[in-house]
Design a protein around this ligand. Sequence first.
Ligand SMILES: Nc1ncnc2c1ncn2[C@@H]1O[C@H](COP(=O)(O)OP(=O)(O)OP(=O)(O)O)[C@@H](O)[C@H]1O
Length: 338
Amino acid sequence: MTAAEARADASPDPDGPPPARLEGLVKRYRTARGRRHTALDHFSMSVPARSIVGLLGPNGSGKTTALKALLGLVRVDSGTITAFGHELPRAQHLVAHRIGALIEGPAFTASLTGERNLRLLATLHGASESTVAEALDLVGLTRDARRAYSGYSLGMKQRLGIAAALLPSPDLLVLDEPMNGLDPEAIRDLRPLLTHLRDDRGMTILVSSHILAEVELVSDHVTIVRHGRVISEGRLSRLVEGTTDHVVLRLPGPESLRDTARAVLARRGIPVAAADGASDPTELRAATGEGVPAVLRILAEHDIYPEEVHRRSASLEDAYIRAIRAADAERDGPHDAE
Ligand SMILES: Nc1ncnc2c1ncn2[C@@H]1O[C@H](COP(=O)(O)OP(=O)(O)OP(=O)(O)O)[C@@H](O)[C@H]1O
C-alpha cells in the first residue's frame, strides 16, 4: 500500500483499529557501566480513537521510552507496536504521515521567525503554506508568527512545537510533557486547543504529563505507568469512580488524640490515613462517602472536635496514588526499572 492509499483508508473510525497499540514492550538500555537497565517491562496500552489519553507515571517510569518506541525513535527488544492497524516499525512509512509528535523539545532555528521555522518544516512534510497558517492559528501564534524564535517565551516555544507536530495534519498527536515549564495561564490555554483537536478535528491525542490536575481536566482516558509497566488504564471517569471521597480533618494536639480518632472511625468502618502530601502532620484523611456530618458525629461521641474539616471529592490524584501504592505493594524484591 502506498502512503496515499494509506491516507485514503485513514478514516479515524472509532470502531476501526486503534490509532496506537503497544503490546508487551520490553526495552533494556545498556548503561554507561555496561549493565542492562529495564525501561519497559512488558508495557501494554491501547489508545482509543478520538480520545485524549493522559500518560502518567513517576519520573523514570518509562513514559518517554514508550512514546519514542511508538514513534520509531527507540527500538524495543520485544513486543508489538501497531498504529492504525499497521505493525511498526515495518510499516512506519504507511503511518508516519498520520502521526505528529512533540517529544523532547523541537529543534528550531533561533534567528528565524516562528513562521519561517514552520515553513521549512512544512517543506519537509510536503505541507502547504495554508497548513502553516492554520497550524499557527490553531496554537494562537498568528500575531507573533513574524517574531524571531529567540524572542519567544517558553509557552510560545511549546506552542510552536505543537504547531510543527500539526503540520502533517495527523490523526494521532503524541505530546511528551507539553506542559513542562509553562506558567498556569499557558497550561490553561493548552486545554481548549487539545479538546478542539479531538472534538472538531477528530484527532486522537496521547499526552504524557506530571500535572495530574491538568490531565484530569483534559483527558478522557488515563494510563498509569510504574517501573516500566502499565498498572492502570481506562476511562478517566471509571478510574476516579473507584476512589472514595474523603473528609480531611485537622486535629492539633497530642498524637494520642489522632490515634483515638483513627481508632473510633476505623471501628465504624471508616479507614483513616495521614493526608497525602500534607506538610501538616495534624491532618487526617477519613475515606468515606458519607460526608462531614457522619464523621463529626462519630468524633463528637468521643469528645473529639477537629479544628478544621472539609470534604474532598474523589480525584485522579487519589486514583493515581492508590494505583502506585497497590503496584508497589505487589512488587517484591529490588527493582531496576527506575
Ligand atoms: N538512552 C538511555 N540510556 C540509558 N537509560 C535510559 C535512556 N533513556 C532512558 N533511560 C532510563 O530508562 C528509564 C525510563 O526513562 P524514561 O525517560 O522513559 O522515563 P519517563 O517516565 O519518561 O521519565 P520522566 O518523567 O522523568 O521524563 C529511566 O530510568 C531512564 O534513566
